[in-house]
Design a protein. Structure first.
Length: 256
């Protein structure tokens, strides 16, 4: 027996009203929905790919090397990140955003797959060191790709409102992946984690290509910024003349 009468129209309108209430609570406004859904999907896959790469990298390294080797890992990661960052900046000047971002994810998927095959076929302990160094580079490039995509799909006001929400996808992906790691290792071993990371990044490549098909007008011009117009670039030395940027860079270096 129903304790109070329910109108049929009220029952039909409930999902719409609930969605409206959630949107109001999260400050999601008209025009936010489509880019938000795509960015949440990218964020989720980013979290999955990161966790399933970092877990085997840390495990294999600690099985083959002592913690005394960690300073070498950090130094090597800094050097490799700097070199790749310079190459990325050069490519950014000549490539459209959609080509650059897609190529970045393909590159990450390829390196993860190659590392998995090399470890599977050779078991060379030096590859554990390579995986540990590449772990930070992998995370950096994933973050660069994701936030560049967010800058293309969202304007400044949307970015300020939705920043915390879109990172929720990565948080959920990381939590789900973290709880799944013991089960995956039990079934397929430590190296199978890298295979899942490869699958997640590959899925993100496909999702990114589809994203650019939906948002056809985004990322088509070299050096395109959030406004859709080519950005004026400053030389590296001119950037360091800015006191704020110089202080920010110095603090970042010493904190690292």
């Amino acid at each position: 027996m129903i304790p109070f009468p329910v109108d049929a129209n009220t029952a039909r309108d409930f999902p719409r009203r609930a969605l409206k209430a959630v949107s109001s609570f999260l400050d999601i406004r008209p025009g936010d929905g489509l880019p938000l859904v795509f960015l949440l999907g990218h964020s989720f896959l980013k979290g999955v790919g990161r966790v399933f790469f970092e877990a085997p990298a840390n495990t294999l390294f600690l099985n083959k090397f002592s913690t005394a080797s960690l300073p070498l890992v950090y130094i090597a990661a800094a050097v490799v990140s700097t070199i790749i960052g310079l190459c990325y900046a050069k490519l950014e000047e000549k490539s459209t955003a959609r080509v650059l971002l897609t190529s970045t994810l393909i590159f990450l998927a390829a390196t993860t797959g190659l590392l998995y095959l090399a470890l599977l076929l050779t078991g060379n302990p030096r590859l554990a060191m390579v995986a540990m160094v590449w772990k930070d580079v992998n995370w950096t490039l994933m973050s660069v790709e994701f936030w560049a995509l967010a800058g293309l799909l969202l304007d400044v006001r949307q970015g300020k409102r939705l920043l915390g929400l879109i990172t929720g996808g990565e948080i959920v992906g990381s939590i789900v992946s973290g709880f799944s790691v013991p089960l995956v290792v039990k079934i397929g071993g430590t190296l199978s984690l890298l295979l899942i990371s490869f699958a997640a990044v590959s899925a993100n490549v496909v999702f990114l290509i589809y994203t650019f098909r939906v948002f056809r007008d985004r990322g088509t011009n070299p050096g395109e910024g959030e406004s859709g117009e080519p950005e004026e670039r400053q030389s590296l030395l001119s950037m360091f003349r800015d006191r704020y940027l110089s202080m920010f860079f110095a603090v970042s270096v010493f904190s690292y």
